[in-house]
Write a protein of this length. Structure first.
Length: 319
């Protein structure tokens, strides 16, 4: 299996998501045997190759029985490097955020697979392997996720943010989605115990949320969690039911216009075209996402605001 190819990375994601760790390890070893690391690289360059990350992932698989021992202060220690479970700080998303592997952890995915931005990022070795590891942690040791997030929010900079505004923004699943009822309940229980974390998510796993409401009641979802109904999924028939829940802000809709463009690079003409396309769909309350999280209003970001932007459809171009 050539793991430099997107489709093979997705296949490896699927093996991990199903718990087929030995088969995944075999695929990784096979890749390293058939695709040795290029020669002549600097030490720094060699550490950033796909081969290096795959070797570290094999190390992680070989130490699953001691997964707690690999964790230390928000990081997973591997053979030659360490990875942060949570990320913060890039040009598009300044908030603390968490991801797992896309596609294999997205039970509601459908046409979104044709424009999924995560499938562009999967070409990079670091996020690809980090997503794999986080998928395993969700299945085998989810308590590590809570310990690591508590560590993150207690860092001086984050504590200062909480002291200043009373909360810290957290994007749950920048890539990937809620994969099952077990992990959904884990997150909601954790957020309920940590009210200073203001979490928001985009999800297509609507059937899973309905199942959770039936099993545990709507009170499972704390006030510090806001859900955006992400477009491109398979559960169109559940949308109206989902909108009745207090924790659901509204839809987040990727709209096709004449040219694919990132939201933060749209021209005025493209913004007008996007709004016109939304009106043609019958959307009366639309708000254009500017593409850079946190830059949309002076009061905070719209996707996490379940009061001012309740029942608005936030729109972005397919890109």
């Amino acid at each position: 299996m050539d793991l430099s190819k997107r489709q093979n990375k997705i296949k490896l994601n699927a093996l991990i998501s199903r718990g087929h760790y030995q088969a995944a390890r075999f695929a990784c070893v096979e890749y390293l045997t058939n695709h040795p690391q290029p020669k002549g690289l600097s030490k720094s360059g060699a550490n950033q190759t796909l081969q290096s990350y795959i070797k570290n992932f094999i190390y992680f698989l070989d130490n699953l029985d001691n997964i707690k021992g690999l964790y230390n202060k928000g990081k997973i220690q591997l053979a030659t490097t360490s990875i942060n479970i949570y990320k913060k700080g890039n040009s598009k998303l300044s908030f603390l955020n968490y991801s797992n592997s896309p596609v294999s952890n997205c039970p509601g995915a459908a046409e979104c697979l044709t424009f999924c931005y995560s499938l562009n990022s999967i070409r990079f070795p670091a996020p690809f392997v980090i997503w794999l590891i986080c998928t395993i942690i969700e299945k085998e040791a989810p308590y590590i996720l809570g310990e690591a997030l508590s560590y993150e929010i207690n860092k001086p900079g984050n504590k200062k943010t909480i002291e200043a505004q009373g909360y810290i923004d957290f994007r749950l699943y920048n890539d990937g989605d809620f994969r099952d009822l077990y992990i959904l309940k884990y997150w909601m229980d954790y957020l309920k115990e940590h009210p200073t974390i203001r979490a928001y998510a985009y999800s297509k796993s609507w059937a899973l949320f309905l199942h959770a409401v039936k099993m545990y009641g709507v009170e499972l979802f704390p006030d510090n969690f806001t859900l955006n109904l992400s477009s491109g999924g398979r559960y169109h028939n559940l949308k109206d039911i989902m909108k009745t829940f207090k924790f659901v802000r509204g839809e987040f809709l990727a709209v096709k216009i004449s040219q694919k463009v990132a939201a933060h690079k749209m021209t005025k003409e493209q913004r007008r075209e996007l709004m016109s396309a939304a009106r043609e769909r019958g959307i009366k309350k639309a708000f254009i996402c500017p593409g850079l999280c946190g830059s949309c209003t002076t009061r905070g970001h719209a996707c996490g605001d379940n009061k001012t932007f309740k029942n608005y459809t936030i729109i972005t171009p397919e890109h």
